[in-house]
Design a protein around this ligand. Structure first.
Ligand code: PHE
Length: 329
């Protein structure tokens, strides 16, 4: 009986099997209690040896049970239950790029293919680079502390990526061909299409004989690379202190095919940003000869590009960091 109990204990695959061994041998109707009842019929001179054998056997079974329990516990981390190796594993939650980062990376990749290189500038900028060198008059409304975040030392949070144009031209001889993605800050009241900080990608191309036609073609090429052959662009006359002539430009809303939807506020177009031919005054400020060099500049809102790409009707969704939203990208 002991050999049998030992074999069963060694084979026991789970806690229930071990419990069954305990019931069969030590339980109320098990083998050892039954043997114990028969003790009375053992002749007195044999009782001592029989009793000792009985105790040894019962202890041995208890040891087998303890050993089997310990073996099972160590195999499954102590929960007392066996591991089911056929269960599917738990999925790791992996992080991923934020949609704004993905869009910025995509823009950069498109412009790099067209020969632009990436430049960067500081988010805390001085008045000279953000306004003065960009030909912005002293009384221009964008300088107003109502619109721009000022530090006590007179520096500001840059309101646009255009100061990177100045930094690049100050430190490089023409020709230049750069894009500069980055975060910008304005004291706007946040709503569905405006935030206190947002992202732009700036472009600047300075060479001999650059024209408005070059600007238009680069914007259309970018739009097509980004959104496919159906997207149209539209330039509207505008004013910027640092470009002349200046335009604002829109992409047709591919989300609704121009019929109107929340993304384009039912107009069929979404405003992407501003552009124009670099003003000769700006070229002079950085020591480039405007008689020799000309060029274009553009700035795009990356949030707007993301809204158009992913049908996001409200850009505040991009900043709430709700995992249910971010998981979709
Ligand atoms: N900096 C402008 C803005 O933020 C956009 C722009 C960039 C316009 C380059 C012209 C040229 O609105």
């Amino acid at each position: 009986a002991l050999a049998e109990a030992g074999a069963k204990a060694a084979a026991a695959a789970d806690a229930a099997a071990v419990e069954q061994i305990r019931i069969d041998y030590l339980g109320r109707n098990g083998l050892f209690p039954a043997l114990s009842k028969e003790m009375g019929s053992v002749p007195p001179e044999e009782r001592k040896d029989t009793g000792r054998a009985f105790n040894t056997g019962r202890n041995k079974v208890q040891e087998l049970i303890d050993a089997a329990t310990a073996r099972l516990a160590s195999a499954d981390g102590g929960s007392g239950e066996a591991i089911d190796l056929s269960l599917p594993g738990r999925r790791w939650k992996t992080g991923r790029k934020h949609p704004i980062t993905m869009l910025a990376d995509e823009c950069v990749a498109i412009f790099r293919r067209m020969g632009f290189i990436v430049a960067e500038g500081p988010e805390i900028e001085d008045i000279f680079h953000n306004f003065d060198a960009l030909n912005t008059p002293q009384d221009h409304p964008s300088r107003d502390p109502q619109d721009t975040f000022y530090f006590n030392d007179g520096r500001i949070l840059r309101t646009q990526t255009s100061p990177v144009q100045i930094r690049v031209m100050e430190s490089h001889e023409p020709p230049v061909r750069i894009v500069a993605p980055g975060r910008v800050f304005r004291r706007d009241t946040p709503d569905a299409t405006h935030g206190m900080n947002f992202h732009q990608i700036e472009g600047l191309y300075i060479d001999k004989g650059v024209s408005m036609a070059d600007l238009k073609s680069i914007l259309q090429t970018f739009a097509t690379e980004m959104y496919g052959p159906k997207v149209k662009i539209r330039l509207r006359p505008h004013f910027f202190p640092f470009t002349e002539p200046s335009v604002e430009y829109d992409f047709s809303c591919i989300m609704c095919g121009g019929k109107g939807c929340p993304v384009c506020k039912h107009s069929g177009w979404i405003e992407i940003a501003g552009a124009g031919m670099v003003d000769p005054a700006v070229l002079k400020n950085v020591g480039y000869d405007p008689e020799v060099w000309s060029g274009y500049a553009f700035g795009m809102g990356i949030e707007r590009l993301a809204m158009l790409r992913y049908r996001i009707p409200d850009l505040r969704l991009l900043y709430e960091n709700d995992v249910r939203f971010l998981e979709q990208f």
